[in-house]
Ligand binder design. Structure first.
Ligand code: DC
Length: 218
């Protein structure tokens, strides 16, 4: 396993943008682990598998009908050989992903694939909710990003062209689900650098994170 940096945090806290830019600066790969939950939820909806049907959901985690591929630009999801990365970006798929992510059987079944992302020759920046606590507990450096709820909603609403108030509600519901679930709830890992991104731009956040990371891995 190569070196790993983890970046966790709530919905739209900037995890993907920061991971992408940090990975670019380090010359490493990056992965959004949320893509595994979004891809699974999307595949379940397409195949009309009930989101409460844990047995079939756990089986679907290993079904080659869908897959996740790392990419410099975005973590890509394929379903029946179609690139569905844009489709899984919708907030309703995020909410379904949050629902399927509650099941221990599902989380356990996705762990190997997520850990496998660190097998390559380069280091890996992994972002999600439990990357520092569960997926890569021995990561070289751990970061937790946070931002005010209204600010995060504004960011995502602008990205997706949606109503701001609806987005605040949807994200609050998802964050509550993710932080109160029994298995691997979203939490600040021990020894993590916590960065509040509310008043910072992307470059300022990445500068802080890069400085911290380099102090651990260089
Ligand atoms: O980061 P995201 O918005 O793409 O994640 C979608 C959902 O997937 C999130 O609401 C909860 C789940 N998730 C998780 O449980 N653990 C992770 N490491 C990443 C995402």
């Amino acid at each position: 396993m190569g070196m790993v940096i983890t970046i966790d945090g709530p919905a739209a806290s900037g995890k993907s943008s920061v991971s992408r830019e940090l990975a670019r600066r380090l010359g490493w790969q990056w992965v959004s682990t949320g893509a595994f939950y979004r891809g699974l939820a999307f595949a379940a909806l397409q195949l009309q598998i009930d989101l409460d049907d844990v047995k079939n959901l756990a089986e679907l985690t290993h079904n080659p009908v869908w897959s996740v591929r790392m990419n410099e630009d975005r973590t890509r999801v394929f379903f029946q050989d179609q690139d569905v990365t844009d489709l899984i970006a919708h907030e309703d798929v995020g909410n379904f992903a949050s629902k399927v992510s509650h099941y221990p059987e599902v989380r356990k079944a996705l762990l190997d694939a997520q850990r496998g992302c660190s097998d390559g020759p380069q280091g890996l920046v992994a972002e999600g909710r439990d990357c520092g606590t569960v997926v890569f507990p021995k990561a070289e450096a751990k970061v937790y990003l946070t931002a005010h709820s209204a600010n995060r909603a504004a960011r995502r609403a602008a990205e997706l062209g949606l109503d701001h108030e609806d987005m605040v509600k949807a994200q609050q519901q998802r964050d509550l689900q993710d932080s109160t679930r029994k298995v691997a709830p979203m939490a600040v890992p021990e020894d993590a650098l916590v960065v509040d991104t509310t008043t910072l731009n992307l470059e300022q956040v990445v500068d802080k994170v890069e400085q911290f990371v380099r102090s651990k891995v260089d």
